[in-house]
Design a protein around this ligand. Structure first.
Ligand code: SF4
Ligand code: SF4
Length: 630
């Protein structure tokens, strides 16, 4: 494991809690990662295969005498590509199933006659999809949009509707490669089929299916998840929130909500504000109920409700170690199974809520969308009655920071319009953004996304990269656990403008925006795709021509692989801080880091050093500017 040097007070808070964990004799991800060393070289290189019971087979690279083929004859290229493709399909499945759940929730809202939050966005989406309805019949329109979205998962013919948002030149490339995503489920199933034992053995063809599955995530499942969440729960707008574990309160019932889907967290926000629940908490001796968010759920509820962001992936265990958490409530994805054992060492109740993600030892309260508030209240009650079980073994770090969150595409355009619209052009366009980039005041934009990973210094990679980019007048947008790292480091506050280069600082000062913009959860990377498509369409170029890039400095999940792949296939240069498990195949490694650029105009690069990664991104952006002659 690497050293943990990172941002401001973050390091201090981290060290305090790691020491407490040691004193309390509980294990965390840091200790388990150390115990895991050395990690399996075959797995790291992607050259082991368990696709049939003749295996496991592995390719021995270090000795000339070792096996160079599996029992069936599969080569290193086939094995590595199949493994990668399956991971991409799993990532796409996770995001897309989330999207499907949101579409079902939308339909349930109609059945329950519950109001949606953003009627304007509903109308715009219905118009985009060619769905007609009477103006005054919102219910009917909601139902039609929800059903149309659900059809995107299994329709037998045609391609995904959101593909139409991409520039024509991009769609032409996808068509020429036969990777235009059709139904979402179909693309995921096709990867599993083609990578079954004795099926596709051509690494390039396997990657085509993987690219199509990834595109069905970014331009399908994730985009559906984001758009429909906004319709249901409101399109985010900028506001200030607090972040880091210092948001836990000693005198209150602390509930950490962790996972991904906003349906649960939205109901929790209502439940914790219920006077009956607050009264119950007071009777237990607490001042109030303090709901805080972790990982992507943290992003979702902070950007819609200003709920504090407790922390990212590597802070989920540390939240429990504080001894101040009455309940950690989880739904799906990025939840460490270790939490249930850890919770038992303190008074915390770990509450699982999804039939897709149960953990032995946890309390399970199934979240029922139809009875969402009832379920959420039941969960809150469990937390409240647990307040009295707190022991004196409490340590809440003081560290917390403030920053602005909630920069949806709509919010970014509105912010730009508010300051720069001279009425010489219609409002609601990306023209001001394009002007700022064309003039060179802002050199370009980079997305910093993704997780935490013990292979690289925690949070430091996100933060160092963001600092270096804004210093060089590159606007940063961020999502997921990268967003948590940036807000903790103060990079989303107005004060962070001081860290930006002269051009970016001027633009941010004028617009009153921080130089690092929070765009939401991992699913919300679809917002970034939408924004870059609007910019490319406005400039009448392809996405690959824009002075933009992306980075996932600390990525770890299969979802991140799917995101990286759809970004590259959309024409974006993507720098990874951790190598995917493919290096056992030189051909596949070359395909990802070089050949894909010839095909799609985007490619992967691997650079664990944040400053070097920044240098590569800046170089890429300047080259794109030159090519555009701006
Ligand atoms: S599919 Fe081939 S390489 Fe994989 S486990 Fe079976 S025999 Fe081995
Ligand atoms: S950024 Fe990674 S770790 Fe964080 S919530 Fe998303 S997938 Fe999970």
């Amino acid at each position: 494991m690497q050293d943990n040097k990172q941002c401001n007070g973050c390091e201090q808070a981290l060290n305090l809690l790691l020491k407490k964990a040691k004193d309390d004799k509980v294990e965390t991800v840091w200790g388990r990662a150390l115990a895991m060393q050395p990690q399996c070289g075959f797995g790291e290189m992607g050259v082991c295969c368990t696709n049939c019971s003749m295996g496991p087979c592995r390719i021995v690279k270090i000795s000339p005498d070792g096996p160079k083929k599996g029992v069936c004859g599969a080569t290193e290229d086939t094995m590595a590509a199949r493994n990668l493709a399956r991971s991409i399909a799993a990532g796409s499945a996770a995001h897309s199933d989330h999207g499907r759940d949101i579409a079902e929730a939308l339909l349930n809202f109609v059945k329950q006659k519950r109001p949606i939050k953003d009627k304007e966005k509903l109308k715009l989406l219905a118009e985009e999809w060619g769905i007609k309805s009477c103006d005054d019949d919102t219910e009917n329109l909601v139902a039609k949009v929800a059903k149309t979205a659900l059809d995107e998962f299994g329709k037998p013919f045609g391609h995904l509707r959101f593909v139409e948002r991409a520039p024509k030149k991009r769609k032409d490339i996808w068509e020429s490669m036969n990777v235009v995503p059709r139904a979402i489920d179909r693309e995921i199933v096709e990867v599993l089929h083609s990578t079954h034992m004795g099926c596709d053995a051509d690494y390039r063809n396997i990657m085509n299916a993987a690219v199509r599955a990834a595109l069905s995530d970014g331009w399908g499942g994730s985009m559906i998840g984001t758009e429909l969440s906004d319709i249901l729960f409101g399109t985010p707008a900028p506001h200030e929130v607090e972040a880091n574990l210092g948001v836990l309160k000693e005198d209150s019932v602390n509930i950490v909500i962790h996972g991904h889907e906003p349906t649960l967290s939205e109901a929790m926000v209502i439940a914790v504000n219920d006077p009956e629940m607050i009264e119950m908490a007071k009777k237990q001796g607490a001042e109030s109920i303090n709901l805080v968010g972790m990982c992507c759920t943290g992003n979702e509820i902070s950007m819609r409700h200003g709920i504090p962001m407790a922390g990212n992936f590597f802070q989920q265990e540390l939240a429990i170690v504080t001894g101040a958490v009455e309940a950690m409530v989880v739904d799906v994805q990025c939840i460490m199974p270790s939490l249930s054992q850890l919770a038992k060492c303190y008074h915390t109740k770990l509450i699982t809520t999804s039939c897709k993600a149960k953990i032995p030892g946890a309390i399970h309260i199934e979240f029922d969308e139809i009875k969402s508030i009832e379920c959420a209240k039941k969960i809150v009650q469990e937390a409240v009655i647990n307040f009295k079980n707190r022991t004196g073994n409490l340590l809440i770090p003081k560290e917390k920071s403030k920053g602005k969150v909630g920069y949806s595409v709509e919010a970014i355009i509105k912010t730009l319009d508010g300051v720069t619209n001279t009425f010489a052009h219609p409002s609601g366009t990306v023209k001001p953004l394009v002007d700022a980039i064309k003039s060179g005041v802002v050199r370009g934009a980079a997305a910093i996304v993704g997780c935490n990973n013990h292979r690289v210094p925690y949070d430091k990679c996100h933060v160092e990269l963001a600092r270096e980019l804004i210093k060089n007048d590159v606007l940063v947008v961020t999502t997921g656990c990268g967003a948590h790292a940036c807000i903790k480091a103060g990079l989303m506050s107005d004060d962070a403008v001081k860290l930006a280069g002269k051009g970016l600082a001027t633009a941010c000062g004028l617009l009153k925006i921080p130089p690092v913009l929070h765009m939401g959860s991992c699913v919300d990377i679809s917002r970034i795709l939408h924004l870059v498509s609007m910019v490319a369409n406005y400039m009448d170029v392809d996405i690959k021509d824009l002075p933009i890039a992306a980075a996932a400095p600390e990525w770890m999940s299969e979802k991140a692989l799917s995101i990286g792949t759809y970004a590259v296939a959309s024409g974006i240069y993507v720098v990874l801080g951790v190598s995917p498990q493919v290096t056992g195949s030189e051909n596949l490694t070359k395909y990802l880091t070089s050949d894909m650029e010839d095909i799609y105009g985007g490619r992967f690069d691997i650079e664990p050093d944040a400053l070097k990664a920044a240098g590569k991104i800046i170089n890429h952006i300047e080259n794109k500017r030159k090519a555009l002659q701006i």
